[in-house]
Design a protein around this ligand. Structure first.
Ligand code: GRF
Length: 197
């Protein structure tokens, strides 16, 4: 019997962080297996990558649901069908209902491209550059009802260079995201990090 935790990844787009998690989970001693990838966009390129890895995928279109609650309930049904222990949001561009985040409290994590609590929300790199900060980075945190507000699990920092554009800074941060997310998921699945209110 496998002792690995069952993990689903939620994406909306290219899924490069998803790829980093799938790659990490190949290691025999990694404490998680990726059992499914879900997207709110059927055309998300990451879904093709997941399928090519033999991982189960699912997508639901918001247009099929009358309310956010109905969508999130359907998402929970998919995740329960996959019998997941933990959920990783990786570029999942959708606000989740408090009922969903409370149901999965302590079992859902997200990666955000800033040194939270700085720069919650979108356009983090452009905002950091406008403020002329000297350091940027990324954060893996627990998902709670408040957007990008849950307790931090791990952070990685990078320098901001004088000629950075949002794209060059994003690329430097993304390299760190691909290292940080697998490490944070490892901590969670190994029981070395737990959520406390
Ligand atoms: C990443 O920068 C992540 O931090 C943010 O959305 C982006 C997703 O990129 N939440 P990818 O789909 O993992 O390549």
């Amino acid at each position: 019997m496998s002792l690995k935790k069952r993990v689903a990844i939620l994406i909306s787009g290219r899924g490069s962080n998803m790829g980093a998690l799938i790659e990490a989970a190949r290691a025999p001693d990694y404490p998680a297996q990726i059992v499914g990838v879900f997207s709110n966009r059927a055309a998300a390129p990451g879904l093709d990558v997941a399928r090519s890895e033999g991982i189960a995928t699912a997508s639901l279109a918001q247009s099929r649901f009358e309310t956010r609650q109905a969508f999130d309930d359907a998402l929970t049904a998919v995740l329960e069908e996959w019998d997941v222990d933990f959920i990783c949001l990786a570029g999942f561009m959708r606000i989740l209902t408090p009922s969903f985040t409370n149901h999965w409290l302590g079992r859902a994590i997200n990666i955000h491209p800033s040194l939270l609590p700085a720069y919650k929300g979108l356009d983090t790199h452009a905002r950091a550059l406008a403020d002329q900060v000297s350091e940027a980075g990324c954060t893996v945190h627990f998902v709670t009802p408040g957007l990008d507000e849950g307790p931090s699990i791990a952070q990685a920092r990078v320098p901001v260079l004088s000629d950075d554009t949002p794209d060059t800074l994003a690329a430097r941060v993304l390299e760190q995201e691909h290292l940080l997310y697998p490490e944070a998921l490892r901590l969670l699945c190994a029981g070395d990090v737990t959520y406390r209110r």
